[in-house]
Design a binder for this molecule. Sequence first.
Ligand code: SF4
Ligand code: SF4
Length: 231
Amino acid sequence: MYEVANKFNFNCHMTACCCQNMEIFLNPYDILKISENLNVTTTEIIDEFILFLEDRETGLFRPILKSARTGLCKFNIDKLCTIHVNRPLSCRLFPLARISGKFLLQQAPFCTGLTDITSIKLTDYLNESSVEEYLSMSDLYHLKYDVLKNLNNGLLKNEYYNNLLNILLYDIDFFYNGELKNINSKDKFTLSLYLVDKLLDIFKLNRSYDKKMIIEELFMEGDKFIVKNFN
Ligand code: SF4
Ligand code: SF4
């Protein structure tokens, strides 16, 4: 991979080779946008399309597109992405990747588009791919992920807390039993991150709550957040 500062040679030939046999990582906002696109809950998206890979060192989970890992992505039909408008950030960026704030061109021998002589400006490519909001949501997610990765307080080793953390982060519709219908993806995402912080607070303070009280406190905090920010 090398950094793209200004221009790179690329023109997509619509082969769909980047939609198969790839580990395509998603962030919570990607999941929310796909669920918005299909008008279903995050739970339904996760059940059908997502696989969670565990980072054994940290105990954290990262979602990927399940079908694309060993075959063709289920969203690809006749070499077209059926969720193009709400496709995940990784798909928007390909053949680029963003690492530490830099845009890198991936070495992908299967991508004939990279052999095209068409030159494209980085800024034009990013604009055409409408990545701005996806990038800022991804930044927020990675900031949170880094905090979680560096947790040294046993939360991730506690099965109950770890499961709850994953529900809050990736499947907010499950937590709210599908009742967040009037809240858009961006707001759901900020609510998710807020509730993750609240869960960390509960764990840090080592309150001797039973499971019912933890859930009650999270709902109470969530309600306050919704009233303050979304009404
Ligand atoms: S592999 Fe390359 S050329 Fe083929 S669809 Fe993906 S970006 Fe386009
Ligand atoms: S979501 Fe769309 S662009 Fe991404 S891998 Fe699936 S079909 Fe391809």
